[in-house]
Design a protein around this ligand. Structure first.
Ligand code: APR
Length: 307
């Protein structure tokens, strides 16, 4: 498969590295900055003998090089600075995502599957939906997988076990109102609620909600990129290898969970057609209320910005 990554900054270039490491396909890096995608592409190709990477990486400033791409990952945009919320990025990143979508629509990759990564994620998925007019099957956002990975790490750390044994579920929007669901989180098959106290789980929920801001506070000049890139790569791998794997992603709901016409993080089955199915977990009334509140946050930002 041909995978285009638009935005060859920290998230985009790290995702390209992981995709090359996993040998997922030909990679096209597109960025506004002259030399940046070309430099990263060359650096990656020079690593190909060591990585066992059998495909090509092309770096360019012209969107026409996206021709034939089956997947397009949008990471173009500005990251947060300390003290900023993801929503503070909206005005700047909305213009960037609209521009990128115009290029995708005009390109010879207009039937591709688009994965939006730029923040504020769920609102920018709405922007992309309007700009591209793609069916929901071919337009998803990367968010819940990253938030779930962060929660799994915090749980594993607390229990003193490798986080790979933890299966966390975080739904809702990729912001302060995300919905970490401890009732749907398991450790080696056991419910986490049987292993950790309510107080400890409440701390882990709050830590998960603030995890992105915590990294921004450390880095000061940008936001997280290793974990976001790993989450993007997992989603791309599920599509490329037609894995039919259930991963939490931001998807356009058409009645699921009683929500219509809004992007919300929900469990999605990913395969070669993109979003192949949305899984409806049995949520309690309290969990459902939190999910709806999360969706309302996105609707409010959409309305206020006139999207
Ligand atoms: N077209 C192409 N590339 C663009 C455009 C555009 N219109 N506008 C910006 N870019 C590029 C920049 O030149 C830069 O190289 O997007 C890249 C963004 O990279 P970084 O500044 O390193 O930001 P990064 O940390 O990668 O985060 C990008 O992902 O996780 C989200 O919140 C994060 O919204 C942010 C996005």
């Amino acid at each position: 498969m041909k995978i285009a990554i638009i935005g060859a900054g920290k998230v985009g270039s790290t995702a390209a590295f992981l995709m090359a490491f996993k040998n997922l396909g030909d990679i096209i890096l597109v960025d506004l900055v002259e030399g940046l995608p070309q430099g990263h592409a060359l650096d990656l190709m020079e690593a190909s003998p060591l990585l066992g990477f059998e495909h090509s990486v092309l770096g360019c400033n012209d969107f026409r090089c996206m021709a034939g791409a089956e997947i397009a990952v949008i990471t173009a945009g500005v990251p947060r600075k300390p003290g900023m919320s993801r929503l503070d990025l909206l005005n700047t990143n909305k213009r960037i995502v609209e521009e990128v979508c115009r290029h995708i629509k005009k390109s010879a990759a207009k039937n591709c599957i688009v994965i939006v990564v730029t923040n504020p994620l769920d609102v920018l998925c709405m922007v992309a939906k309007k700009a591209l007019g793609f069916p929901r099957q071919r337009l998803i956002g990367m968010s819940g997988l990253l938030d779930s990975s962060r929660m799994s790490y915090f749980i594993g750390k607390e229990l003193g076990i490798p986080a790979k044994h933890v299966y966390s579920t975080v739904l809702g929007s990729h912001g302060d109102n995300m919905v970490p669901l401890t009732r749907h989180t398991r450790v080696g098959g056991k419910p986490v609620e049987k292993l950790l106290s309510k107080r400890k789980l409440a701390e882990i929920i709050e830590h998960t909600q603030q995890a992105g801001a915590e990294i921004v506070a450390h880095l000061k000049t940008g936001s997280a990129f290793f974990a976001p890139a790993a989450a993007i790569t997992e989603m791309v791998e599920a599509i490329v290898k037609n894995k039919k794997k259930t991963l939490p992603c931001s998807a356009y709901l058409e009645g699921e969970y009683g929500l219509h016409g809004v992007f919300v993080g929900v469990p999605c089955v990913l395969g070669k057609k993109g979003l192949e199915k949305i899984t409806e977990l049995k949520l309690s009334s309290e969990e459902l209320a939190l999910l709806r509140k999360s969706a309302e946050e996105t609707r409010k930002a959409v309305k206020e910005t006139g999207i």
